[in-house]
Design a protein around this ligand. Structure first.
Ligand SMILES: Nc1nc2c(c(=O)[nH]1)N[C@H]1C(S)=C(S)[C@@H](COP(=O)(O)OP(=O)(O)OC[C@H]3O[C@@H](n4cnc5c(N)ncnc54)[C@H](O)[C@@H]3O)O[C@H]1N2
Ligand code: MOO
Length: 411
C-alpha cells in the first residue's frame, strides 16, 4: 500500500506485531564472524555445533591416584592438568598420581581421592575408591558435532562461555541492525526548562538507549532534531537517515495536522505502508513503512506518535518485533502476569496499560499514565495487554510487554 493521503484503517495490535516481525525477518541483516568478546547481544547466524567432544578427553574430577588392579598400588608418575597422560601398563597394582583436570591414563579402573588414600611405609598407596565415577568421559556433556543451540539464538555471556568451551574463537552472527532517530516538532526544546509554549524533547535523548536495548546500534551522529517543520526538511532528513540506517524511527507528525509532514514525506520518498495506524490505545497513529534506499535495498521507517508515552507504546509494539526480525531472532514471546487490580478495556482497541510488577508477582496499574506523560512509564515494568472487547479484572492472566530493562532496574 503506497503512502497516500486520507485516514487509514487501523489493523489489530496482534496482527501489527506479526506484520512488523515478518517484515524484519524478510530483510534479516547479513552474517559476519566476530570474536567471542564482541558477540554479546548478537544473534547466531548458524547453529552452535560443538567442535569437539565435551570433555575432549577423559578428565579427572579430583586430585588423587588413577589406579589399576588391586591395592596396594605402586605410583609410576604424575599427570598434571594440561599434559598428555601415558597409559597405565597392563598389570595389577599400578597407579598414576593425577590432578583435577588432568587427562586420565588409559587403563585406569578407578581414581582414589588423595585425602582418602594412605601411604604404606614402603611408599605404596592404599585406600578404597568411591563407587561413583571420579572422572568425566568424552561426550558426557556433548558429543562432537552435536547442535547445542539453533541459528537465531540470542548470544549472551552464557552462550559465549559455552562457545569457548567447545572450541570457537569466533562466532557467525547477524550484523546488528542500524537505527537512526529523527525528532519532529518546532515546539521542542533540546535543553533547559520548558515553558512559554515550548516542551522539552523527551524522545531524542531516550530513544537511542531504548533502541540499543532492543539490539540496534545507534550512533550519536544519527540522532537529529527537531527537524524543521517543512516538507522539504523532512524529506531531506529522512533520506539522509535512510542512507546509513536499516530502521529510522521518527517521532511526532503521525497525524495530519497543518505541520505534520511525515505522510507527505513518505509519499515523496516512495514509501509503502506496512502498517498505518493500529487499533491500540494509546498510540494508535503509529506506522511502519518500507522505503527503498538509494542502493536499492529496502529500509524501514517507524513513525512513532509525538505523545511521549504513545511513542514508547509504538516502540514496543512495532519496533521491537521489527528489530527482532532484522536481527534474525524469533518473535519475542510475551510473559504472562496476573492482575492485582482492575484495568479498564478500551472497547474495540487493545489497551496497553503501564503496570509495575509487585513482589507478590501481581501486576498493578501505574498512576500518571496519560499519553503525554512519562512519570508512569519511568517506574513501570511494562505494559499489560488488555485485548479488544475485554476489561482486565483482578486475578485475570494477561500478556505483559516488558520494557527492555536490565536486572536490578525497577526492583
Ligand atoms: N484531530 C485529532 N488530533 C489528534 C488526534 C486525533 O485523533 N484527532 N490524536 C491525538 C493523539 S492520540 C496523538 S498520539 C497525537 C499524535 O500526533 P503526532 O504524532 O502528529 O504528534 P505531534 O502532533 O507532533 O505531537 C503530539 C504531542 O506530543 C508532543 N511531543 C511531540 N514530540 C515530542 C517529543 N519529542 N518530546 C516530548 N513531547 C513531544 C507535542 O508537543 C504534542 O503535545 O495526535 C493527537 N491529535
Ligand atoms: O493515541 Mo495517542 O497515542 O493516545 O496519545
Amino acid at each position: 500500500m503506497s503512502a497516500e493521503t486520507g485516514p487509514a484503517t487501523p489493523i489489530a495490535w496482534a496482527e501489527a506485531q506479526r506484520v512488523a516481525f515478518e517484515a524484519g525477518r524478510d530483510a534479516v541483516t547479513g552474517a559476519e564472524r566476530v570474536g567471542l568478546a564482541e558477540a554479546d547481544g548478537r544473534t547466531l547466524a548458524e547453529p552452535l555445533v560443538t567442535l569437539t567432544d565435551l570433555p575432549a578427553f577423559p578428565t579427572s574430577s579430583i586430585d588423587g591416584y588413577a589406579v589399576r588392579g588391586t591395592p596396594p598400588w605402586r605410583v609410576l608418575g604424575r599427570v598434571l592438568a594440561g599434559a598428555v597422560a601415558p597409559p597405565l601398563p597392563d598389570e595389577s597394582g599400578v597407579a598414576m598420581e593425577v590432578a583435577t583436570g588432568a587427562m586420565v591414563p588409559d587403563g585406569t579402573e578407578a581414581i582414589l581421592r588423595t585425602e582418602e588414600s594412605t601411604t604404606t611405609p614402603d611408599g605404596l598407596i592404599e585406600g578404597t575408591p568411591r563407587a561413583e565415577p571420579e572422572w568425566r568421559v568424552p561426550g558426557d556433556e556433548a558429543a562432537r558435532g552435536e547442535e547445542l543451540f539453533p541459528a537465531g539464538t540470542a548470544v549472551d555471556p552464557g552462550v559465549i562461555g559455552l562457545a569457548a568451551h567447545c572450541g570457537y574463537d569466533e562466532l557467525p552472527v547477524r550484523r546488528r541492525p542500524r537505527g537512526a532517530v529523527l525528532v519532529f516538532g518546532d515546539e521542542l526544546l533540546t535543553q533547559g526548562v520548558p515553558g512559554g509554549g515550548l516542551v522539552r524533547d523527551a524522545l531524542g535523548p531516550a530513544l537511542p538507549s531504548w533502541l540499543r536495548r532492543l539490539g540496534a546500534t545507534v550512533d550519536t551522529g544519527v540522532v537529529h532534531g527537531p527537524v524543521k517543520d517543512t516538507l522539504e526538511a523532512h524529506v531531506d532528513a529522512i533520506r539522509a537517515a535512510l542512507d546509513t540506517a536499516d530502521l529510522v524511527c521518527t517521532t511526532g507528525g503521525t497525524m495530519r495536522g497543518p505541520v505534520d509532514h511525515l505522510h507527505p514525506a513518505l509519499r515523496e520518498l516512495g514509501g509503502d505502508y506496512l502498517i498505518n495506524t493500529v487499533a491500540v490505545r494509546p498510540g494508535f497513529p503509529m506506522l511502519v513503512a518500507r522505503v527503498p534506499g538509494s542502493d536499492g535495498r529496502d529500509r524501514f521507517l517507524a513513525g512513532l506518535p509525538g505523545n511521549p508515552q504513545s511513542a514508547i507504546v509504538a516502540l514496543m509494539s512495532l519496533v521491537a518485533p521489527l528489530l527482532a526480525g532484522l536481527a534474525g531472532r524469533a518473535r519475542p514471546e510475551l510473559p504472562r502476569v496476573t492482575l492485582g487490580a482492575p484495568i479498564r478495556g478500551r472497547g474495540t482497541d487493545t489497551h496497553l496499560a503501564l503496570v509495575r510488577v509487585d513482589r507478590d508477582g501481581m501486576a498493578r496499574p501505574m498512576a500518571h499514565v496519560g499519553s503525554s506523560m512519562l512519570r508512569g512509564l519511568a517506574g513501570a515494568a511494562g505494559f499489560a495487554v488488555i485485548p479488544p472487547g475485554e476489561s482486565g479484572e483482578p486475578g485475570a492472566r494477561v500478556d505483559l510487554v516488558p520494557l527492555p530493562l536490565l536486572n536490578g532496574e525497577r526492583r
